[in-house]
Design a protein around this ligand. Structure first.
Ligand code: SF4
Ligand code: SF4
Length: 353
């Protein structure tokens, strides 16, 4: 078994492209905040323009001192950029297939569709396994009872049916399981379930206290003890069946260095109201450091997320402390018992063949 921390890299960029915020479901922990990101659905012409915009970017030489309104970056090799189509539910967009084909034409390194499994507009018949690298399905429980309590009645069966259809048509598929107190107990049942599905990758996410989760707040967050007791062991068990497993580091070990992806990685979370975030934990606030204006990517005025990225605090991630402190713990003298890693720092476990 090989286990490694996936280092942040400037050589690889990720575009998380929310082409709409509309969804057929109303998951209790939905992270989409429509107050912040609107209800707009991008038309295909705009989607193509924005894909081309990111396909042509190169942020590495960009100066952080640029003022609001300045153009941002120039000329990234699109071959180094991955795109993930998101919503809401992206398959509700009638032109998702055209968006995928355009991303392929522009030479994106990989193309993924994240779906709740409902697969609207016959998407599996309108794109091919050569055009899409991964179709990623969200399931949040090993049983119908737990999954459907979070995601809604009927979602469990629909998701598993969608995976089976995608696998039968030759698509590479993955699954995303978002861990919270509501379903941590069923993670240990997932190795048996996923080993029969024919998926290639399994992503464990940790609940973010944003969007709909804010109401339940800290009660959903998982303690360090529970996380470390369960998640790494389940990851290894699933990896033993040949599936590559990725999960967020969340809690930094001992002297492990802290790094903020906002300063050392190229991630872009794009919303249909033209906001562009570098940090997903900031998405509940108008803290986006970039926006798209007249088909140009420009910096926003201060204060924004970029002002937080270089702050150093003993707890690690600043935004975690501000918006989801339920995973922190302190000694009697108020020093933190552990530090929180950047939410983008991942562990990957795979079988060595
Ligand atoms: S499927 Fe995704 S976008 Fe839709 S309600 Fe659930 S979490 Fe939100
Ligand atoms: S999650 Fe924290 S460490 Fe990661 S990009 Fe956001 S502010 Fe930076």
């Amino acid at each position: 078994m090989q286990k490694k921390t996936v280092a942040f890299s400037k050589d690889s960029s990720n575009l998380f492209f929310h082409i709409l915020t509309r969804c057929n479901l109303a998951c209790s922990h939905c992270y989409i905040n429509r107050e912040q990101h609107g209800e707009n659905t991008l038309d295909i012409a705009t989607i193509k323009q924005w894909l081309a915009l990111f396909a042509g970017r190169n942020q590495t030489g960009d100066s952080p001192e640029k003022e609001a309104g300045d153009d941002y970056g120039s000329g990234l090799e699109s071959g180094a950029m991955n795109v993930v189509f998101l919503g809401g539910e992206p398959t509700l967009h009638k032109d998702l297939a055209l968006a995928v084909k355009e991303a392929r034409r522009l030479g994106f390194k990989s193309i993924t569709i994240d779906t709740n499994g409902y697969l609207f507009h016959d998407i599996l018949d309108r794109v091919t396994p050569d055009e899409v690298d991964f179709i990623s399905f969200s399931l949040d429980g090993a049983t119908k009872k737990t999954n459907d309590a979070i995601r809604g009645e009927g979602c469990y069966h629909t998701c598993l049916k969608g995976i089976k259809e995608a696998v039968a048509k030759g698509f590479d598929t993955s699954m995303i399981y978002t861990v919270s107190q509501a379903n941590l107990g069923e993670l240990e049942m997932m190795p048996e379930l996923v080993s029969k599905l024919g998926i290639q990758r399994f992503f464990i996410q940790v609940i973010g206290i944003r969007g709909e989760s804010v109401e339940e707040g800290d009660g959903l967050q998982v303690s360090r003890e529970n996380w470390l007791d369960i998640v790494p062991a389940v990851a290894e068990e699933i990896a033993a069946s040949g599936i590559i497993v990725t999960y967020p580091k969340v809690f930094l070990d001992g002297e492990e260095p802290f790094q903020c992806a906002g300063t050392v990685a190229d991630n872009y979370f794009v919303f249909p109201n033209a906001r562009v975030y570098r940090c997903p934990v900031c998405e509940d606030y108008p803290l986006h450091s970039l926006e798209i204006q007249e088909n140009r990517l420009v910096k926003t005025g201060r204060v924004n997320e970029a002002d937080l990225f270089n702050l150093t605090i003993p707890e690690g991630c600043v935004m975690n402390k501000l918006v989801q402190p339920g995973n922190l713990a302190y000694h009697d003298d108020n020093t933190p018992k552990h530090r929180i890693a950047c939410c983008m720092l991942k562990q990957e476990v795979r079988q060595i063949t």
